[in-house]
Design a protein around this ligand. Sequence first.
Ligand SMILES: O=C(O)c1ccccc1N[C@@H]1O[C@H](COP(=O)(O)O)[C@@H](O)[C@H]1O
Length: 491
Amino acid sequence: MSRDILAEIVAKRKADIERLGICFGFERPKRTRPLHPFIAKPGTILEVKRSSPSKGNIAMGLDPVETARKYAEAGTSAISVLTEGNYFNGSLADILKVAAAAPNCAILRKDFLLSPEEIDVAYDFGADAVLLIARILDDSTLCAMANRARELGMTPFVEVRTEDDLRKLKLVQKDGECVAGVNARDLRNFHIDPLIPAAFRKELGPRAVFESGVKEPSDAAFARRLGFEGILIGEAAAKSPDSAKNLVSAFLGAEPNGYGKFWKAYAEKREEIRKNFPGKPLAKICGITNVEDALLAAELGANMLGFMFYSKSPRNTNEADTRKIVQSLKEKFKGQAPLCVGVVADHGTAEEKTAIALASEGVLDAVQFHGVAIPAEAESANIGYYSTVRLQSMSEVEALIAASKHSLPRTLIDAYVPDVVGGTGKRIDDALVDAVRAQEALWMAGGISPENIAEIVKRFEPELVDLSTSLEATHGKKDADKLRAFFKAIR
Ligand SMILES: O=C(O)c1ccccc1N[C@@H]1O[C@H](COP(=O)(O)O)[C@@H](O)[C@H]1O
């Protein structure tokens, strides 16, 4: 379907160009506006967008002049103008209006551009940057368009989404500088996943833009924490230009940090699994207390390991053992070691403090807050974290979905058992799991075992499974045969 929608837009556009010419019937102006740098330092790109194939009407009555003025007042460094007419209701005339209304902002021409001649048109109408969608351009056309943009003093902005797009991006980068962008929206189903840009970030070079799905200030801050220099905001800005300043200041007020680092590392692992073992979930083995179990789990393919920092747990661990285990994992597996997570199940304890301190130091990659709220200390300690919700009824599912923002890209679900906070060995009710997975990527714990993992994968297609008690020989000690049986069954 992705190819279909793109192919449809491109086919109509080609027909329009044949019929109306490369300026779509508009008189070609002579550029008078000076060129502006595009995302030369961290900044936002707010979009003039009336409609889209995924959302239909967004802001049909939008006045480009008024919108551009509000965007400039909001402190954006760039404005994206959608000039595609059939699906986005934009036009080249919009660029002229925006250029006059926001003389100090860089202007991006966002369209499905197809030839170097279209770059000259974008220049003449006043654009400072041009979107080049790698997927719709062959290698030589893409490079020729990027080079033409540079010759004119403009910035090529290359959008990537696949491995092949990345290959094309490297070709463009060989010839000179560019800005790279990744769309968080999957054009096959219009689903937004902020972990797609997260997985790509390390491949993009120094000037990278997070595109799509930014709705709340927390989403904007998350993109910056992942290390993106820019965010492109369409719908949220166009629908409410007056609140765009909140998005701009959230982005500019954030910094790349430990939280973004954890989600990038997770997203990279997920992409690797998707590529090499489609349909296989990531596996987190929890309740690790000794080097032997940790090394075996990692060798068998564990992607994450959990360490209990909860004194009431029979698998509770401590700082010294955790340091020793993580050190052994790093020595043996180097950059390929599983992500190590401290599990906290109550607040204000010495164990919670230790887990946060170990994450802050980089010994642990993140902290899992199991059945308890995420404390303010986690935010200020600049660490990776996520929460676990113990599901009892549909109302918790609804609360979980409502709370699910891009700044919390994943939430683990576990079974609710009165008086046992975790490590219950009990399955979550199937209907509750179904309700969660209908809305978001599934991170699932609770009673998962070597015996039921195949059925769980088939039935629920989880992105991550998390298990502990079913693999134990005794409390805190894993059974090597059970570990082997689990990793054999998950394959
Ligand atoms: O394992 C524990 O003792 C524990 C205690 C308090 C909070 C969480 C705990 N474990 C978590 O439970 C799941 C694994 O569940 P299961 O044993 O496979 O049913 C996992 O998220 C652990 O972190």
